[in-house]
Design a protein around this ligand. Structure first.
Ligand code: NAD
Length: 490
């Protein structure tokens, strides 16, 4: 398992040889000691990416040639899916089945998808008329797109390889080079990507991976030779990234947090909706940006629905992430578990009712486990309802009618996703069009067509990713106008 920085196509230790421990959430034991990139290492990584962007073969290759190499990278990920999935399960604490079957599979798919999308992307031409120096001319204006140069990709810890590839897929497929900075809490599979890229024949310097704490990320976004930043993480960090980007007007996209509502209407298929709501909040132990953490439920069916939901929660198999049958593992760290628990104790002290969870399970004995938790009768202005907990905590609110449901759903500064559970198509469309969220799922959770825009409204982010949205972000459009109609040889 690589633990050094990947710069210019090879692994090397950090300038001052500083390291940080990576802790396995399920065992609380040290998994690795990983290099901390100092400012000099960050500069070296950006320099390697800069040289590869300015004078290397990568930007000059056509999309088809790039796709061949990127597809070999995807092959490498698939060949090592079990090993990478196990490493990610140990690093993040997510169930290994989820890592192998979803996250790692998606990582390979992300790269293949954007390699093909860049290959299939056609440039546009517009035709018009104009007068110039007394002559009537015809104009053909084409929009050519070129790579931006060096991209900084910063990702959080909850789905490292899936998020890394979701960003570097379009970045590299459009001819850019990049420096990837994974989270200090789960950096291992991103580091392994260096090895996979080198084996696939990616030219040196096109992908660089640097590890470290927040200061490493800050040095990267502040570096003057970085042309664009794709940041995924918390709202507070997103703000400082955007401020740093403003210094040299770097292009920036932000994928931030959420507080997504689950709206359950009286006409919903209650059993299926209960299973869907449980999955939307407790998958990945609630550590998902699109977690449906606020349950909004029609008052008339609240008791019946909550009984069904509690039944679903009681069936969740909590255990060792490396056990193939496990559905729910530990949280990422001791301090994160404390933070999650503080939200719960504060809400309960203020009068909320604990329907389930709210504590550490008796088994497994080690690991940062926290039970799936549901809080009812909660103050709508409380921190647990208004702030992103990023853990397995669902708050319950009741609504009187559709109007009330929409108002409650939109009463948040976030706007990432929303879930509507109903059997009435008219209601689904009516409500979906009024929710202030970047993504709305009806009777489902987190299903993705990679061509559609992914991202958030309000403080959940800036910009969109997916399909042409990503290709546009990573390229500079250039208008080239050509005239014809007057032939001097005629
Ligand atoms: P975080 O903001 O603490 O850290 C994210 C990354 O930023 C890490 O790699 C970190 O080292 C780096 N970083 C820290 N300080 C920095 C700075 N000043 N400049 C540059 N980089 C810096 O987030 P986290 O705790 O790792 O992740 C959880 C958050 O990520 C949640 O809010 C979650 O909703 C969000 N998230 C969003 C999406 C999305 O697509 N919208 C996906 C996954 C997670």
């Amino acid at each position: 398992m690589p633990t050094d920085l990947f710069i210019g196509g090879a692994y090397r230790s950090a300038a001052h040889n500083a390291r940080f421990p990576v802790i396995e959430p399920a065992t609380e034991r040290e998994l690795a000691q990983v290099a901390i990139a100092a400012e000099q290492d960050v500069a070296d990584a950006v320099e390697a990416a800069r040289v590869a962007a300015d004078s290397g073969p990568w930007p000059a290759m056509n999309a088809e040639a790039r796709a061949r190499i990127l597809n070999r990278m995807a092959d490498g990920i698939e060949r090592r899916a079990k090993e990478l999935g196990t490493l990610e399960a140990r690093d993040v604490g997510k169930p290994v089945s989820e890592c192998v079957n979803h996250d790692i599979a998606r990582a390979a798919k992300n790269i293949r998808f954007f390699a093909a999308a860049a290959e299939a992307w056609t440039q546009e031409a517009s035709f018009s008329d104009a007068k110039f120096l007394g002559a009537d001319l015809k104009l053909m204006s084409v929009t050519a797109r070129s790579p931006l140069g060096v991209g900084a990709i910063i990702i959080p810890w909850n789905s490292p390889l899936m998020l890394a590839t979701w960003n570097l897929g379009p970045c590299l497929a459009t001819g850019n080079t990049c420096v990837l900075k994974p989270s200090e809490l789960a950096p291992l599979t991103s580091l392994a990507l260096g090895e996979i890229a080198a084996e696939a024949g990616l030219p040196p310097g096109v992908l660089n991976v640097i590890t470290g704490l927040g200061a490493t990320g800050a040095a990267l976004v502040n570096h003057p030779d970085v042309d664009a930043i794709a940041f995924t993480g918390g709202v507070g960090t997103g703000r400082s990234v955007m401020a740093a980007a403003s210094g040299s007007l770097k292009r920036v996209t932000l994928e931030l947090g959420g507080k997504s509502p689950n709206l359950v209407f009286s006409d919903a298929d209650l059993k299926r909706s209960a299973a869907g709501v449980a999955r939307s909040i407790f998958r990945s132990q609630g550590q998902s940006c699109v977690a449906g953490s606020r349950l909004l439920i029609d008052r008339r069916i609240a008791d019946e629905f909550l009984a069904l939901l509690l039944e679903q929660v009681s069936k969740i198999r909590i255990g060792d992430p490396l056990d193939a049958a496990t559905e729910y593992g530990p949280l990422i760290s001791a301090s994160h578990r404390e933070r999650v628990h503080a939200f719960v104790t504060e809400a309960v002290a203020a009068g909320a009712t604990l329907l389930c969870g709210g504590s550490v399970p008796s088994k497994p004995e080690r690991g940062y486990y926290y039970l799936p938790t549901i809080l009812d009768n909660i103050d709508e202005k409380s921190r647990a309802v208004c702030e992103e907990i990023f853990g397995p905590v669902l708050t319950v609110q009741r609504f009187d009618d559709e109007e009330d449901a929409i108002a409650k759903a939109n009463a948040t500064r976030f706007g990432l996703s929303a879930y509507i559970w109903t059997t009435r198509i008219e209601r689904a469309l009516r409500v979906a069009n009024r929710l202030k969220a970047g993504m709305v799922w009806v009777n489902s959770f987190f299903l993705r067509d990679l061509r559609t825009p992914f991202g958030g409204a309000r403080q959940s982010g800036l910009g969109r990713q997916g399909g042409r949205y990503s290709l546009e972000f990573w390229t500079e459009p250039r208008m080239i106008c050509m005239t014809y109609g007057e032939d001097s040889h005629g």
